[in-house]
Design a protein around this ligand. Structure first.
Ligand SMILES: C[S@@+](CC[C@H](N)C(=O)[O-])C[C@H]1O[C@@H](n2cnc3c(N)ncnc32)[C@H](O)[C@@H]1O
Length: 297
């Protein structure tokens, strides 16, 4: 049996109006963030799952600017080491394969063969975000399914920003056989998982995976401009990076933005329209939105 991984669980609740600020703050700690729906008091639960103990003091330091920005005290939070279960094996065993358009995403415990004509992606549940189950990942996979129908524009270079498990970059690489992908994530352990996943999905020769916060890494700049950028992050960082996103897109290039909830669409769209990107299509799944935009030219 695989060795159990330690998982630290950080839990807090903040008013709806402060969610974006706290999401951004928690992003700085790495890990996987889960944002729930508001309770009767209008408080939204935020849960962060981390592979390392961030320390109480570091959490306070990270939350303090968001609290200041939101005109409130640093909220109470709990930080606990989760019980030692073989979390990865447990979640793997309980995850059936899933379909998103042409994609069939499965774990290594699945024995059935892929459906005829599907594009099979092997992604095991792991600490890296992106098994395809989350509405934001699903929205991006559906966007890729739509983009492949445009036979006049076949992307040759793509960037998967915030790649997590690597699922989106692999999906794109499998759809367009000539596509070269750079996948990046600020979370080092996720990049390691993505590299292993790339090997298992036999796309390592076309998908390069690196650690980078936003567009900072040299390789990301050197490979620009991109015909396609996939960015499933969160509304705050997406808005903060809008100018960089537009700069790194080729004329006529497309970006798929996800990780935002419906009420953040206007803000995210306004920010990207201001840098010359036009909305082409959107997917709404549950409370989550995925936006496809295009640079003129
Ligand atoms: C919601 S997950 C998406 C994972 C995968 N792309 C998917 O669609 O399922 C967001 C990922 O973005 C990473 N991330 C968050 N902010 C980032 C930033 N500014 N630059 C690079 N990666 C970032 C996180 O570490 C996380 O792995």
């Amino acid at each position: 049996m695989a060795k159990a991984l330690p998982i630290y669980h950080l839990y807090l609740r903040v008013p709806e109006s402060a969610v974006a600020a706290f999401e951004t703050a928690l992003e700085g700690l790495g890990g996987a963030l889960d944002v729930g729906g508001p309770d009767e008091q209008g408080l939204v639960p935020l849960q962060l799952y981390l592979g390392e103990d961030p320390s109480h003091a570091a959490v306070v330091a990270q939350l303090a600017p968001a609290a200041l920005l939101s005109g409130m005290e640093v909220p109470d939070f709990t930080l606990e080491l989760m019980p030692e279960i073989d979390w990865v094996a447990e979640s793997r065993a309980s995850l059936p394969a899933l379909t998103a358009g042409r994609f069939w995403v499965y774990g290594s415990h699945i024995e059935e063969p892929p459906p005829a004509g599907s594009i099979a992606l092997l992604i095991d549940a792991n600490l890296a975000f992106g098994t395809g189950r989350h509405e934001t990942t699903r929205g991006c996979l559906l966007a890729l399914n739509q983009l492949i129908k445009d036979r006049r524009r076949r992307p040759l270079k793509a960037l998967d920003l915030g790649c997590g498990s690597g699922i989106l970059g692999f999906g794109a690489a499998r759809l367009w056989p000539k596509l070269r992908v750079v996948g990046s994530d600020l979370d080092g352990p996720s990049v390691h998982v993505a590299r292993e996943n790339a090997r298992l999905n036999r796309v390592s020769n076309r998908v390069r995976l690196i650690e980078s916060r936003g567009y900072r890494a040299r390789l990301i700049k050197d490979q620009a401009p991109y015909d396609l950028i996939l960015a499933n992050i969160l509304a705050g960082p997406l808005c903060a990076m809008a100018t960089d996103t537009a700069r790194h897109l080729a004329p006529g290039g497309r970006v798929v933005l996800s990780g935002l909830i419906r009420r953040q669409e206007r803000q995210v769209l306004a920010r990207h329209r201001a840098v010359g990107l036009k909305l082409e299509r959107r997917w709404r799944i549950g409370n989550w939105s995925t936006l496809q935009l295009r640079r003129g030219g």
